[in-house]
Design a protein around this ligand. Structure first.
Ligand code: SF4
Length: 1017
């Protein structure tokens, strides 16, 4: 397709250019052509920087550039692979790594992701706060201090600059705003001066005018305190004017800074600087940086003229996609690196919806003002002419900077193209929501059954709609769940494909409850939640029976003979026994295996979503375990994430031929022929930090009750509300411009965003639901899913932190690794489970110094048979008595030493059984001596603990085998890279398969085949 005139102007701009690209106007295409144009002008891929805001978008852009360059200049493809194409954070990280001294960071820092950074801060902030002098606590409540500092530290550069505006500057900013308000009041007063009223109204009129003459303070005090008489009056206009004056005076009266405010401000400023410096020192010592820190330090590096010159020489031009999502620090970074002359910025300020990530559309507006050249792309290739015009009408005058789009495409059906409905009933809000959801579901089904014509862009033709042509979008995930159920109940395939809120998912709550119980069996609430969950599905009736018992629930569950609790008790006892040896993610996987949890999920409505959320939760827990394999620590970290309000994304699911449901944020950049934008009456909850700051205005505090807020807080808070209202309008714009052919907006009642739109929509249908529609729908259960398949296909592997044994598992056979560490399969057959339990008892007894007496060891695993316990006791005795182990007994320094190792981007965690001055020792209770199965494990222990020797103690054989460590690092790195590549094909070999815990026909037919071949030969 040829470039439009607008696109061509953007592509051929001489130097820097800012492109305002409306929704669906082909911005990525323009960006790719611009890249090729710059290559044609003699630049190379290594001199061209291309920046987007997410890893996924960066990968997509690289793919598009690869395709285009492959056709135009194939000889440059190898260079493209090394070209700087990525996120702004990656660019900042690169600058920091290449110039650590100028950036003020350690050369080998690690970047914390959002979850890690939140945990890091919650771990270190209280310690930093504890070092503050007592005067600060006297000036500010401790609870305020922590929340305020968290907010300030999320954007430290802006906070620092905002604090540079002292009380004088802040007071003058407030005065300016008060003057504006008084100016407005003056106009009303002019009217009042020339009018008259009667009675109380006339009295108020006189008082206000007199107070105005008296001076500002007297006027503000009196006007904000007036009480207007109720009802309509003959002098209604006078009343309205007095009311307006009162409102203005009320606002102005709040805009003040008292000496108390100033003291609190000074204390917070001091606290911020002191805490920031301390945290910076700790980050430096710990060699970590968060995203905000990356930007700040990269900016610092660029203050050095030599560093700036270096990059200006090396990178000649940058192309930035979605520039409306930049924050002020990123905007400055780009400006400092390239200047406006060497920047191609593409964005749409109307689609800036990431305020919660500090994105600020003013950054784009400023870049536009200073741009050497500006181009607006206004022709939509997405929506047809009538839909474009309908959406133009909605947003014209509603959205700041809205310029109408155009389209040449004819509609594929006669219309209507934009519809709206709202539920009209007195029913409670949950019932209204069901009614809205059912109406959406019916329309989707009807339109597919009727063969609604839609435009197939790829095929270039009109065809009947299928399920995948539909999307349902909402601001909040909770609204989408109801629609998904309604769709399924209507027989419409639907997938909740993307969004945030993993920690609010049912599955994460089940998993967290189980971990809470394992961390503290006295946590009654957690235990009851676990019992009621699909893990055990104990009915409320059974729980009621036991609710009246004495003592903690766990003791009651252990003491009862109620068969309804037997299974739960057995499984929970087993998990409690394992909790010291196994990491929490493994405990969750074992719980799943023992209870069939995921099999239950697979038979519930929205099964794919549930399975993906469970898998996502396991992945999150693995990341949180780090080297510390302890349920208590992981529970604490999970709680901190919830408390910090970290948005943890749910794993995305591909919709296939199904209706996609996702949040508007997740839908950005996507399009469908038919879009439903639902739940417009829903108001998401928001956290409001007790401090507001703006580098151009200052810092405002709200340390306690509303009347303790200072004037700056009132001012900035009012501006925040305006900014949020503007962002809501942009969010609606993003949602509505995802549709290509037909758009429906709906609400369960006339409230919130719906009120904004309703007078601008062509016609709003009032839906009066039937009684049945007000009840939750009950979809049929899905066909049983293939266990494991949905999970892994959907979310990929979770490889953030693995036990060190994983290296050997992968080296021996990638399938074995997969089954053990991704599928979490405990191994086939009772034999494996029994050997494992004996091994655990031996390790535990040795580490805790328990007597080698079968009866005494029963405390570690009361379910083990007498024979198995005797076997374990004998193995313990052997280590303590046999000559082969004498050296290790004599030199032993520490038992069970934890370690954490990073290898090729993989995090490995483990616990060495016994450590001496130069060595590590690992106990083996295996029946066969197979040191070749544990080489990398031992290498990792030695490396992680800085030891030079590694040994295996085979307790059944009275042997110690030394592991030669030389050359193993290279092998370990190779294996780590292979794990990250995500290939888990089986590599059967007779020697390995014969000792593999997964040699079972259902788990690994290849291995069984291999063993069969060996037996035959
Ligand atoms: S049986 Fe063999 S092929 Fe199968 S997982 Fe085990 S080692 Fe791999």
């Amino acid at each position: 397709m040829r470039l439009t005139e607008e696109q061509r102007r953007a592509v051929e701009a001489r130097g820097g250019v800012v492109v305002v690209a409306g929704a669906g106007t082909g911005k990525t295409r323009t960006l790719v052509h611009r890249y090729l144009e710059l290559i044609d002008r003699g630049l190379t891929p290594l001199q061209l920087v291309a920046v987007t805001f997410t890893e996924a978008a960066a990968a997509e852009l690289r793919g598009r550039l690869r395709g285009a360059l492959g056709e135009a200049r194939p000889e440059l493809l190898p260079e493209l692979e090394a070209a700087p194409i990525g996120t702004l954070h990656a660019l900042a990280a690169r600058i920091c790594r290449e110039h650590p001294r100028a950036a003020g960071v350690p050369a080998d820092f690690r970047v914390l992701d959002e979850v890690e950074a939140a945990l890091w801060l919650r771990e270190h902030l209280p310690r930093a706060i504890a070092t503050l002098p007592t005067e600060i606590y006297e000036a500010l409540p401790a609870s305020f201090l922590k929340k305020a500092l968290e907010a300030l530290l999320a954007d430290p550069l802006a906070a620092r600059e905002a604090f540079e505006r002292g009380p004088e500057a802040m007071r003058s900013a407030l005065d300016g705003v008060v003057e504006d308000l008084l100016e407005e009041a003056r106009q009303h007063l002019a009217y009042l001066r020339t009018s008259e009223a009667s009675g109380k109204l006339e009295e108020l009129r006189g008082l206000i005018l007199a107070a105005w003459e008296e001076g500002r303070d007297a006027f503000l005090a009196l006007a904000s305190a007036v009480r207007l008489p109720g009802g309509r009056t003959r002098h209604q206009e006078v009343k309205e004017r007095i009311k307006a004056v009162k409102a203005l005076a009320e606002r102005a009266a709040l805009l003040r800074l008292t000496p108390e405010h100033e003291r609190a401000w000074a204390a917070l400023k001091r606290a911020f600087h002191q805490v920031y410096e301390r945290l910076e020192a700790e980050r430096f010592a710990g060699r970590v940086l968060d995203f905000a820190g990356l930007e700040v330090h990269a900016l610092r590096a660029l203050e050095d003229p030599a560093v700036r010159a270096y990059y200006r020489q090396r990178w000649r031009h940058a192309l930035v996609d979605e520039h409306q999502d930049t924050n002020p620090v990123q905007g400055r970074l780009l400006e400092r690196l390239f200047g406006s002359e060497r920047l191609t910025l593409v964005g749409d300020p109307k689609q800036s919806i990431y305020g919660f990530r500090r994105a600020d559309p003013r950054v784009f507006a400023r870049a536009l003002d200073g741009a050497p050249e500006r181009v607006a792309l206004s022709r939509s290739f997405r929506a047809h002419r009538e839909l474009v015009e309908a959406v133009n009408r909605v947003f014209d005058g509603l959205l700041e900077g809205h310029a109408p789009l155009t389209s040449d495409r004819e509609p594929p059906h006669p219309g209507p193209h934009l519809e709206a409905f709202v539920v009209r009933t007195e029913a409670p809000s949950a019932a209204r929501r069901w009614a809205e959801a059912r109406e959406v579901a019916r329309r989707v089904r009807r339109w597919v059954e009727e063969g609604l014509p839609v435009w197939d862009r790829e095929a270039g033709e009109v065809r009947p709609a299928r399920w995948s042509d539909f999307a349902v979008l909402a601001r909040a995930w909770s609204v989408l769940e109801g629609v998904a159920l309604a769709l399924l109940a209507e027989g419409v395939p639907a997938v909740l494909s993307r969004g945030e809120g993993l920690l609010e998912s049912r599955e994460a709550k089940d998993g967290l409850a189980l971990l809470r119980f394992l961390a503290d069996p006295g946590d009654d609430l957690a235990l009851v939640a676990v019992l009621r969950s699909p893990l055990f599905a104990v009915s409320d009736r059974v729980l009621q029976v036991h609710a009246g018992g004495e003592g903690p629930w766990w003791r009651r569950a252990q003491a009862t003979a109620d068969p309804a609790l037997t299974r739960a008790r057995e499984v929970l006892e087993e998990l409690l026994r394992l909790r010291r040896r196994e990491p929490p993610s493994r405990l969750l996987q074992l719980a799943d295996r023992r209870t069939g949890y995921t099999a239950v999920l697979a038979n519930l409505p929205l099964a794919e979503r549930r399975l993906a959320d469970w898998s996502g939760f396991l992945e999150l827990v693995r990341g949180l375990e780090r080297g510390n394999e302890d349920a208590f620590t992981v529970v604490r970290r999970l709680r901190e994430l919830v408390a910090a309000g970290v948005r943890v994304e749910r794993p995305p699911l591909a919709a296939g031929d199904a209706v996609s449901l996702m949040t508007v944020h997740a839908a950005k950049g996507l399009e469908w022929p038919v879009v439903f934008l639902v739940g417009l009456d829903h108001r998401p909850n928001r956290r409001t930090p007790p401090v507001r700051f703006d580098p151009e205005v200052g810092v405002g505090l709200s340390p306690g009750d509303e009347d303790e807020r200072d004037g700056l807080f009132h001012l900035l808070d009012a501006r925040r509300r305006e900014a949020e209202a503007a962002e809501l309008r942009r969010l609606l714009y993003v949602g509505m411009t995802r549709a290509a052919d037909r758009l429906v907006v709906s609400a369960a009642k006339e409230a919130e965003a719906f009120k904004l739109l309703k007078d601008r929509l062509p016609e709003v249908e009032g839906l009066e639901p039937q009684a049945d529609d007000l009840l939750p729908p009950f979809p049929d259960p899905p066909a049983p899913a293939e266990p494991g398949h949905v999970l892994l296909g959907a979310v990929g592997s979770a490889l953030d932190a693995l036990p060190v044994t994983a290296l050997d598992d992968y080296r021996l056979c990638p399938r074995r690794f997969y089954l053990a560490h991704i599928a979490g399969h405990p191994g086939a057959g009772d034999e494996v489970a029994l050997a494992r339990r004996v091994g655990l008892v031996v390790h535990e007894a040795l580490a805790r110094g328990l007597p080698h007496d079968a009866e005494r060891l029963a405390v570690l695993d009361p379910g083990l048979s007498v024979e198995a316990l005797a076997e374990a006791a004998d193995l313990v005795r052997r280590f303590r008595e046999e000559e082969a182990y004498a050296r290790f007994r004599a030199e032993a320094e520490a038992w069970e030493v934890g370690l954490d190792l990073e290898l090729e981007g993989l995090r490995l965690a483990g616990r060495a059984d016994l450590v001496g001055p130069t060595w590590v020792l690992d106990f083996k209770t295996d029946t066969e001596v197979r040191p070749e199965d544990h080489l990398l494990q031992l290498w990792a222990y030695a490396r992680g603990l800085g030891k030079t020797e590694a040994f295996l103690a085979y307790l059944r054989h009275g042997r110690v085998v030394r592991v030669a460590l030389q050359g193993l690092e290279e092998e370990a790195r190779r294996v780590a890279r292979a794990i990250r590549s995500g290939v888990f094909d089986p590599s059967p070999s007779p020697e390995v398969c014969v000792a593999c815990p997964y040699r079972h026909a259902e788990l690994c037919p290849e291995g069984i085949h291999e063993i069969g071949m060996r037996n035959r030969s």
